[in-house]
Design a protein around this ligand. Structure first.
Ligand SMILES: O=C(CO)COP(=O)(O)O
Length: 249
């Protein structure tokens, strides 16, 4: 049985003042029936991990370097994130693939580093609008998955997030049938590579314009084990009902 996961990606948003939202979220969900993870900007990880230390809420990061240490100005390594209190790291988000030209091969190297530091790697895959319109969605996702996922991936250390690029921050979402098609395909690809039992345990998140209003419909779909939420994870008012919807799914 896969434990469901509500993950929030704050992206490049949040200062010390935002920690009041985190406190409110912790207070609103003292005994959640699902895993809750917030990935604030790196500058807030230490404080966020401190605030949530006695709660079930977990803290993650949004990226890491593939090396453990060294001459990489401005970068942060997986062991540093673990040391700061993170238990997970988002890797291969489309914004990093675009803004920093990250390849799937690099994402796999980062995931290997995350696993070595005992961090859960949340690996993102997803097609652009042009790719969907050209009927290339499953090909793109197969390619992302094959090259972004290292052999060290297990159900315990890896989560896959399907995030169609055209649904991120746009208010657009794929139809339930489109989400189901991709998640079923992801499960089948994982089964082919890792075998049925490990593949059954790997959690598959949907991400892209998840809001309180559409969360129940998305969470009702087979093979959707939770969500990776951007904008709506920034406030407790919006994220809390999404968590509740996941608990009730
Ligand atoms: O990119 C996302 C999460 O990683 C989704 O962002 P939005 O929920 O703001 O569309």
């Amino acid at each position: 049985m896969r434990r469901k996961l509500a993950a929030g990606n704050w992206k490049m948003n949040g200062t010390n003042a935002s920690l009041t939202e985190l406190q409110a979220l912790i207070a609103a969900h003292p005994t959640p029936q699902v895993d809750i993870l917030i990935c604030p900007p790196a500058t807030l990880i230490v404080q966020a991990a401190g605030l949530s230390a006695d709660s079930p809420l977990m803290i993650g990061a949004q990226d890491c370097h593939a090396a453990a240490s060294g001459a990489h100005t401005g970068d942060i390594s997986a062991p540093m994130l673990a040391d700061a209190g993170a238990v997970a790291v988002i890797l291969g988000h489309s914004e990093r693939r675009q803004d920093h030209a990250e390849s799937s091969t690099l994402v796999a190297a980062k995931a290997t580093a995350a696993h070595a530091a005992h961090l859960t790697a949340i690996i993102c895959v997803g097609e652009s609008l042009a790719e969907r319109e050209a009927a290339q969605t499953l090909d793109v996702i197969a390619e992302h998955l094959r090259h972004s996922l290292p052999d060290s991936a297990t159900a315990a250390n890896t989560v896959i997030a399907y995030e169609p690029i055209w649904a991120i921050g746009t208010g657009l979402t794929p139809s339930p049938a489109q989400i189901s098609e991709v998640h079923r395909f992801l499960r089948a690809e994982l089964t082919a590579r890792f075998g049925a039992e490990p593949a059954q345990g790997i959690r598959l998140l949907y991400g892209g314009s998840v809001k309180p209003a559409n969360a129940p419909e998305i969470f009702a779909l087979a093979d959707v084990d939770g969500a990776l939420v951007g904008g709506a994870s920034l406030t407790t008012a919006e994220f809390s009902p999404i968590i509740t919807a996941l608990e009730q799914a």
